[in-house]
Design a binder for this molecule. Structure first.
Ligand code: URA
Length: 198
């Protein structure tokens, strides 16, 4: 973690940070991954979304949320007027994950792995400097809030990295349990309302 902290602190731009992560050899997940997945979307966006870790499709393409969960996420974002490809900061989102490497067999990242990459995530948020954060799932809450229990945490604003953060269910949860979509709709509408009020 000390090495990660020093490297992250030295990154002055997102490109520096990407290179620091690419060159970071202390996380065991890197050995099993095909690609480092750093980000997608608009770095000027007012909203930053944080997921868990790349899955199979993300690992293959080197981009976050491009598989089935990502397609569902894009459709739900579109319904509240947000789009990762938007050039307009007011309607754009920026997307990253707690872990830049796919865990073997899509297992959840371990606490030690989350802690090791923590300084990079904190610096990532600082450099993007979003007004609002969305924490998708337990791993994102563990990394950003040091808390778990997404069904309890979701739906109310917390503070993460010095700004308002909304915990919500991970889109992969919605693929398994579609009825939970109504909960995420409520969270996205709350996000929309807070954005409109900024
Ligand atoms: N799930 C995640 O948490 N992140 C991705 O990039 C894809 C699936």
């Amino acid at each position: 973690v000390a090495v990660a902290r020093a490297l992250a602190a030295r990154a002055k731009t997102l490109e520096d940070l990407r290179e620091a992560i690419l060159g970071f050899e202390h996380c065991p997940l890197k050995l099993g991954a095909r690609n480092t997945v750093f980000c997608d979307g608009n770095p000027k966006a007012r909203v930053m979304l944080i997921g868990e870790a790349p899955g199979k499709d993300e690992d293959a393409q080197g981009k976050p949320f491009v598989g089935r969960a990502g397609q569902l996420l894009d459709r739900m974002l579109a319904a509240v007027g947000l789009d990762r490809a938007s050039p307009d900061p007011a309607t754009a989102v920026y997307i990253t994950n707690v872990m830049p490497w796919r865990p073997p067999g899509n297992r959840e990242p371990e606490t030690s792995e989350i802690a090791m990459m923590g300084p990079f995530l904190a610096r990532h948020v600082e450099l993007v400097d979003p007004d609002l954060i969305v924490l998708m799932g337990n791993t994102a809450c563990a990394a950003a809030l040091n808390a778990r229990g997404i069904t309890r945490l979701r739906g109310s604003w917390a503070q993460a990295f010095g700004r308002p953060a909304m915990p919500t269910l991970h889109p992969a949860n919605l693929l398994r349990t579609p009825i939970n979509k109504r909960l995420v709709w409520a969270d996205l509408l709350e996000l929309r309302a807070k954005l409109n009020a900024l």
